[in-house]
Design a protein around this ligand. Structure first.
Ligand code: BEZ
Length: 238
């Protein structure tokens, strides 16, 4: 058997777990996570290193979309295994010099955690030694207003994330919560939703009371229209 040298101090957090707590220094001051984010959704994400090109393109994109996430009650928190002064210098350089996909002069206003000792990266399983033992992979933790981890996505070092997909995940999770439904493949607001069968994803009381509007192709596959406006007016802040 291949001998992979894995140093794991804590088990990796999983979907449904309480987000592990930590205090950290960030570019926006100290944070107490996830307590400071109680009542908001939060995306905690890691990137491999400051002053690297893929990460730079991601930060410009995320900063550009921050208002869109905030309207969905979702805050952003970044992390890499770098020090605070590196973070500050990198973000200043991005604002002053870098243009990506037509976005320029971009200011990153969300906190970027310094994690030179890898404390938080290890706590969240962001260091995956098969990929790199000194850099965090591109991990994305979606954490709900009660501090529960609701989705996790990992990307390798070479692959920049799709931020429209990260936004879709936030909206889909909130839609599932608000309407007691599930969302099918490639779902976007306005598409039909899945009415869960009893015992799968909840009981969908509101929908079961409205059976004539359901389209049941078999006992396990029932869908229902859910108006885009209804979704967005429920989820997005005015
Ligand atoms: C990048 O962000 O460009 C990058 C970072 C670490 C390894 C490979 C690429």
């Amino acid at each position: 058997m291949e001998n992979i040298n894995v140093v794991e101090t804590t088990p990796m957090p999983r979907i449904g777990d309480n987000a592990p707590g930590f205090k950290a220094v960030t570019t926006q001051g100290e944070i107490n996570f996830p307590a400071d984010y109680n009542g908001s959704w939060v995306i905690l994400f890691s990137h491999p290193a400051d002053f690297t090109p893929v990460c730079t393109s991601e930060f410009i994109t995320f900063a550009h979309l921050e208002d869109k996430f905030l309207k969905a009650n979702c805050k952003l928190v970044g992390l890499s295994i770098d020090g605070l002064y590196s973070h500050i210098a990198w973000l200043r350089t991005i604002k002053e010099k870098i243009e990506f996909n037509g976005m320029k002069d971009v200011e990153v206003n969300f906190p970027l955690i310094e994690d030179i000792k890898m404390d938080v990266a290890n706590l969240y399983g962001m260091v995956q030694p098969g990929e790199s033992s000194t850099k965090a992979v591109r991990a994305v933790f979606f954490i709900d207003p009660k501090g529960i981890i609701r989705a996790i996505i990992y990307y390798p070092l070479s692959l920049g994330r799709n931020f429209e997909e990260l936004y879709r995940v936030v909206i889909a999770l909130q839609t599932a919560d608000a309407f007691s439904v599930a969302t099918p493949a490639d779902w976007q607001p306005g598409d039909d939703v899945i009415v869960p069968t009893a015992g799968s994803c909840g009981t969908a009381k509101e929908f079961m009371a409205d059976k004539e509007n359901m389209n049941c192709q078999d006992w396990f596959f029932c869908t229902k229209k859910l108006d885009k406006e209804k979704v967005l007016s429920t989820i997005l802040k005015k």
